[in-house]
Design a protein around this ligand. Sequence first.
Ligand SMILES: Cc1cc2nc3c(=O)[nH]c(=O)nc-3n(C[C@H](O)[C@H](O)[C@H](O)COP(=O)(O)OP(=O)(O)OC[C@H]3O[C@@H](n4cnc5c(N)ncnc54)[C@H](O)[C@@H]3O)c2cc1C
Length: 436
Amino acid sequence: MKAVSVDLILTDNIALSSNAKMGKNGSLFFVDIFYCRRFILTVRGESMEQLIWKDRKKLPDFPAAEGEYKTDVLIIGGGICGILCAYFLSWAGVDYMLAEAGKIGQGISGLSSGMITVQHGLIYDKMLKELGREKAQLYYRANQQALERYISLCRNLDCGFEQKTGYVYSRTDRSAIEKEVRAVRILGGTAEFSERHSLPFGIAGAVKTLGQVQLDPERLIGCLAPGLNIYEHTRIEKIEKGQAFFKKGKITAEKVIAAVHAPEFTGWAGRMKLYRRQVDSVVLDSCAPMDGIYCDAARAGLAMRNCGSGILVSGNGRGGKTQFLSAVSECWPQAKVLQYWSGQEYMSFDGIPCVGPCRGRHGKLYVAYGWNRWGMTNAMAAAMLLRDLVLERENEYADLYLPQRSIGKRQLVVHGWSALSHWFLPGSKNHFQKKH
Ligand SMILES: Cc1cc2nc3c(=O)[nH]c(=O)nc-3n(C[C@H](O)[C@H](O)[C@H](O)COP(=O)(O)OP(=O)(O)OC[C@H]3O[C@@H](n4cnc5c(N)ncnc54)[C@H](O)[C@@H]3O)c2cc1C
C-alpha cells in the first residue's frame, strides 16, 4: 500500500483531517476523514491525462457583489437549479440577480454524473401505492417534461449531450421490475421489461426507457451562464424582511429563490423533513463501454454510464467509501480507478422534492431542495415551477412539490430513524448488494 498525493476540495463543512492510501489494485482506503459535504480526490499519476471531464472548458468568471442592490428576484446559489432559474427568468424579461457563495457550478452539480431520466430507480410502483395515482402521475409528467426541456435546450450546446436508453436493473428481483413496468404504463409512460444489457454481471431484468439523456452538468452551466446577471464570491449570510445580507453589502428583493441544495434558510421545520445520503463516484479505465445509462434498483446499488474512454460509476451509501470501492472492484476487477469523489444528497421522506414558497419570517422566499439523489431532472422541473410561481402563473405541479405538505405518519416512522442518524452521526455503514 502506498500513500498518494491528493487534491482535496471542500465546501461548506469541515474535514478535520484526511489521509488516503492506495492498494495495489488501485482501490483507495481512507483514514480519518470526518463528515464533509463534498470532496474530490484525484489520484495523481500517469492516467491523469484521461481524467473525467478533461475536455471541460473554463467556466466564465463573474464579479463579486459590493454595496447595495435592488432587484425584483434574488436567486441564491449558482448550481444547476439556480442557473436554470436565472436562465428562465432572464428569458421572461424579469429583473433578477444571482448570488453565488463561491464559483458557479462548483457545488454538488459539478460532482454529478449527469444522467437525466424520468426513472429514478423503482419509484412509480411505490408512489402509486403510497401517494396514489394522481400524485404519481403528476411526478412522472413533471420529470418527463423536464427531460424534454433538457433535450430541446441542450441538443445544440457543447455540453456532452447524448440521448441514451435508460435501464433500471435488479440483480435478483424480476417481479419488482415487472411491477414497475406495469406502474409506469398505468401512469401513461412507455417502459419495457428487458433482459438485454451490457453490464459485467447477471441481472434478473431491467426497466428499459428510451430517449433518456447523459451530459456534463458543469459544461452545461458553462454554456448557459454567459450573459446572466451573476455575482460570484457573494455568500448570503442572512435574509430579513426582503433584504439579503452579504459581507460587503445587501440586496433588497421582492422575491428570493434559495437554490442552495440544502434547507439553509428554512429553519428546523424544513430540515426535519429530510435526511442525507452520501453519493460516491469513480471513473474507471479499461472497461467495456455501456450501451445506455444504468441504475441499480437496490437503494444502495451502482449506477453507471460511459465517460470518455472509461465509465463513470456512482453508488449511494452512508460514509462507505471503502465498501463502495470494493463493490466497484468486484464488478470490474481489471479496471483502474482514475478518480474518486463524493457528495451528500438530501432525501425527502415521501420521495418528492420540496420546491415552492416557504412560510416564515423572510417575506416571499421560495426554496428548492430534497432532490432524492436525482437533482438534475428535478432541478429542471423545479426551475420551470419557480419561474411560474414568481410570475404568479398557474402551474399544475405547485401542490405536489409544496415544501409545507404533510409527509404522512407512515413515511415519518419508516424514515424517521434514518433522518435522525444522518443529522446527528458523522457517518455510518454502507450497504451494497452482494454480487452473486
Ligand atoms: C456523486 C453524485 C452523482 C450524482 N449524479 C446524478 C445524476 O446522474 N443524475 C441526477 O439527476 N442527479 C445526480 N446527482 C444529484 C445532483 O447532481 C444534485 O442533486 C444537483 O446537482 C443539485 O443541484 P443544486 O443546484 O440544487 O445544488 P448545487 O449544485 O450544490 O448548487 C448550490 C449552490 O448554492 C451555493 N450556495 C450555498 N449556500 C449559499 C449562500 N448562503 N449564498 C450563496 N450561495 C450559496 C453553493 O456554493 C452552490 O454552488 C448526483 C449527486 C452526486 C453527489
